[in-house]
Write a protein that binds this ligand. Structure first.
Ligand code: PEP
Ligand code: MG
Length: 586
C-alpha cells in the first residue's frame, strides 16, 4: 500500500527492530564454565551502564521517578530467576548465553502476560528492557539507536515497522524512502513520511525476508509498488514515470496561490498540517493559507528530555512569524496511543484511553508549560488553539479553566498575552460528534479528526493492517457524524474543518464540500491537487452527488460511485491509485 507519494530508486538500508540478533548455538562441555562467566560479566557491564545513566540523570536533574526505575532495573538484573534459569540453560542444555537469556526472558514474559493485575502485568516491559540491555551487552552491540545512526543519506529504509519516534529519527537522516512490512495509511508513521515528503510503501508481507542490505530497489509510493533488483528496462520505465509525475506536480503548483473557490463562488479555506516546525514554509509554498493543525506532540516524542516553556515559546513564535499573516492552529499535546514519551512522568501512566486532553488534564505540569508557551507566543501572530480528543463538556470546562488560570498567572507576572485567542475542539470520537451542538456553543471553531473518528466509529484500529479494507471514510455512519458536526457548527456560526487524512484525498473533496466543511487542512503536498479539484467544481454538483449517495446504504457502493465519478470528472488529475484503502479491500 502506497502511503506517501513519490518514486525513488535507491539502495536498501535495513533497520532491524530486534535490538540484538541472537545466535543460537550448542557449546561443547568444555566451554560451559566460561560461558557462565561471560553471562555474569555481561551483568556487570549492564550494571555499569545503568550506573552511568543514573549519574547523567542525577547531574541533569533527573526525577526521583527515573532514579527509582533504574534502581528497579538493577535489582531485576540480579534477579535469581533471570540469572539462575539462564545459568541452568547454559549448564544443562549447553546453550550459548544469548540463547539461554532469551529463552528465560520468553518464559518470564509469559508469566507476566498471565498476571491479572494490570499494574504488575505492565512491569513485564521493564523486564524486557533489562533483558534487552543484558543481550546487548552479551553480543557487544549497542542496539537500535546505532542501527539508525549507521543509515546513510539517501538510503531506502527497510524495516518490519517503525514507531513514529523511530520514523522521525530515521527521517532526520535524509533517507529517500520507507518500505515497511507493517503499517497503514493513517498510522502516525505514514503521516510522518508524508509530511517529510518521503515516499513510503507499507504492509508488504515478507519484505524483510526478501530485501537485503545494499540491494537496489525502486519504491513507488503512488502506486504502492516496490521492485527489488530492477532490470535496466524497469529502471528506465520508472525514471520516465518519475519525470512525468514531477512535471504533473509542477503544472499543478502554478495555480497554487489562487483560492479554492468553486465555479459558483463558494470558497474553501485550505490550510496545511504541520508535524515539524521547520516545514512551515512548505505549506505556504504549496498554496496553503496558514496552518490548520500543528501536531505539537512530535516535539516531545523523539527525545529523552522534554522541551521546556522557553524552547516551546521559541518554536511556536517562529511558526507564527513564518505563517504570518495567516493563522496557525496549534493543537495541544496529543500524547498516548502510538505517540509515547520516552521518559516516564511522575506517577502518571498513559494508557490507550488516557491520551491527549485526558492525559494533559492529569499532567498539569506538562500541560501548563505548553499553555504558558502558547499564550506567550500569542502576541506574535494569529494563534488558534486546538484541543484534541475532546469527549465531554466537563473537559471543555476544565480546559477553559486551565487556560484562564494560566492566562491570569502570566499577566500577573507581567507577560503580554493576546486578548482573544480562538479556541477550537477536535471532533474525533463519535461521542464528540453526537454532542457537537454543545461543543460548538463553547467553541470558536471545530476541527474534525477523521483518522480517529473513523477508527472509533467503525471499530478498526487505525494501525491495524488486518482491517485496512474496513477503513471507509464514506461509510454512512461516518458521513452522518460528519454532517451532524457541520450542522452544529453552522447553527452556532463557527467555522468547521477537517484535518484528518480524508481531507487530503482529492476523491473526497466534493463530498466534503457538500457536507458543509468550509475549511480543510492537509499535508502540504496534497494542497495543490485538492485546491484544483475544488476550483473546477460547483457546490451545486457536490450537493447533487451527496443527494445521490444518501440513497445508498452500502459503504462499498458509495465508495465505488464516488470513485468512478471523480475519476471520470477529473480524469487528468484524480487517479484510481490515490486511495486510502487498497482496491482489493473494497
Ligand atoms: C485525526 O485523528 O484525524 C487527526 C487529525 O489527529 P491525529 O492523526 O494526529 O490523531
Ligand atoms: Mg486524532
Amino acid at each position: 500500500m502506497g502511503v506517501a507519494p513519490g518514486i525513488v530508486l535507491g539502495t536498501a538500508a535495513r533497520v532491524d527492530r530486534s535490538p540484538v540478533p541472537i545466535e543460537h548455538v550448542h557449546l561443547p562441555q568444555s566451554l560451559l564454565e566460561s560461558e557462565v562467566s561471560r553471562l555474569y560479566e555481561a551483568v556487570e557491564r549492564a550494571e555499569a551502564s545503568i550506573d552511568q545513566l543514573e549519574a547523567s540523570l542525577e547531574s541533569g536533574g533527573g526525577t526521583g521517578e527515573h532514579l527509582g526505575i533504574l534502581g528497579a532495573h538493577r535489582v531485576m538484573l540480579r534477579d535469581p530467576m533471570l540469572l539462575g534459569e539462564s545459568e541452568r540453560h547454559i549448564r544443562q542444555q549447553a546453550m550459548n548465553a544469548e540463547w539461554a537469556v532469551s529463552e528465560t526472558l520468553a518464559h518470564i514474559g509469559e508469566i507476566f502476560a498471565h498476571i491479572e493485575d494490570p499494574f504488575f502485568r505492565e512491569r513485564g516491559s521493564d523486564v524486557e528492557h533489562v533483558g534487552d540491555l543484558l543481550l546487548r551487552m552479551l553480543s557487544g552491540e549497542d542496539g537500535y539507536d546505532n542501527a539508525i545512526e549507521d543509515i546513510s543519506k539517501g538510503a531506502v529504509v527497510v524495516a518490519d515497522g517503525l514507531s513514529p519516534a523511530e520514523a522521525l529519527a530515521v527521517a532526520r537522516r535524509s533517507v529517500s524512502a520507507f518500505v515497511l512490512e507493517h503499517g497503514t495509511v493513517t498510522s502516525h508513521t505514514a503521516i510522518v513520511a508524508r509530511s517529510m515528503n518521503i515516499p513510503a510503501v507499507v504492509a508488504v508481507p515478507g519484505v524483510t525476508e526478501h530485501i537485503g542490505e545494499g540491494d537496489r530497489i525502486i519504491v513507488d509510493g503512488d502506486e504502492g509498488e516496490i521492485i527489488i533488483s530492477p532490470s535496466r528496462e524497469e529502471e528506465l520505465v520508472y525514471a520516465r514515470r518519475e519525470r512525468r509525475q514531477r512535471a504533473f506536480k509542477r503544472a499543478l503548483r502554478q495555480n497554487r496561490s489562487k483560492p479554492a473557490t468553486t465555479t459558483d463562488g463558494h470558497e474553501v479555506i485550505i490550510r496545511g498540517n504541520l508535524d515539524f516546525a521547520s516545514d512551515v514554509s512548505r505549506i505556504g509554498d504549496a498554496g496553503g493559507q496558514g496552518v490548520g493543525l500543528f501536531r505539537t506532540e512530535f516535539l516531545f516524542i523523539d527525545r529523552t528530555d522534554l522541551p521546556d516553556e522557553e524552547e516551546q515559546l521559541d518554536i511556536y513564535t517562529r511558526v507564527l512569524h513564518a505563517a504570518s499573516p495567516h493563522a496557525v492552529t496549534i493543537r495541544t499535546l496529543d500524547l498516548g496511543g502510538d505517540k509515547q514519551l520516552r521518559t516516564e512522568r511522575d506517577g502518571i501512566v498513559m494508557s490507550p484511553g488516557l491520551r491527549a486532553i485526558r492525559y494533559c488534564l492529569r499532567d498539569r505540569v506538562l500541560f501548563d508549560a505548553q499553555l504558558r508557551a502558547l499564550l506567550r507566543a500569542s502576541v506574535h501572530g494569529e494563534l488558534r488553539l486546538l484541543i484534541p480528543f475532546v469527549t465531554s463538556m466537563s473537559e471543555v470546562r476544565r480546559v477553559k479553566r486551565a487556560i484562564s488560570e494560566v492566562r491570569e498567572k502570566l499577566v500577573a507576572e507581567g507577560h503580554a498575552v493576546a486578548d482573544d485567542i480562538p479556541l477550537g475542539f477536535m471532533v474525533e470520537v463519535p461521542g464528540a460528534a453526537l454532542i457537537a451542538e454543545s461543543l460548538a456553543a463553547e467553541a470558536d471553531f471545530l476541527s474534525v479528526g477523521t483518522n480517529d473518528l473513523i477508527q472509533y466509529t467503525l471499530a478498526i484500529a487505525r494501525d491495524d493492517e488486518g482491517v485496512t479494507g474496513l477503513y471507509q471514510p464514506l461509510h454512512p455512519a461516518v458521513m452522518r457524524l460528519l454532517e451532524m458536526t457541520t450542522r452544529a457548527a453552522h447553527a452556532a456560526e463557527v467555522p468547521v474543518s477537517i484535518c484528518g487524512e480524508m481531507a487530503a484525498d482529492p476523491r473526497y473533496a466534493l463530498v466534503l464540500l457538500a457536507l458543509g466543511f468550509n475549511e480543510l487542512s492537509m499535508t502540504a503536498s496534497a494542497i495543490p491537487l485538492v485546491k484544483e479539484v475544488i476550483r473546477r467544481s460547483s457546490k451545486e454538483e457536490s450537493l447533487a452527488l451527496l443527494e445521490h449517495i444518501r440513497g445508498m446504504t452500502h459503504a462499498t457502493e458509495i465508495a465505488d460511485h464516488v470513485d468512478s465519478l471523480m475519476i471520470d470528472r477529473f480524469s487528468d488529475i484524480v487517479r484510481p491509485s490515490m486511495r486510502s484503502a487498497p482496491r482489493s479491500a473494497r
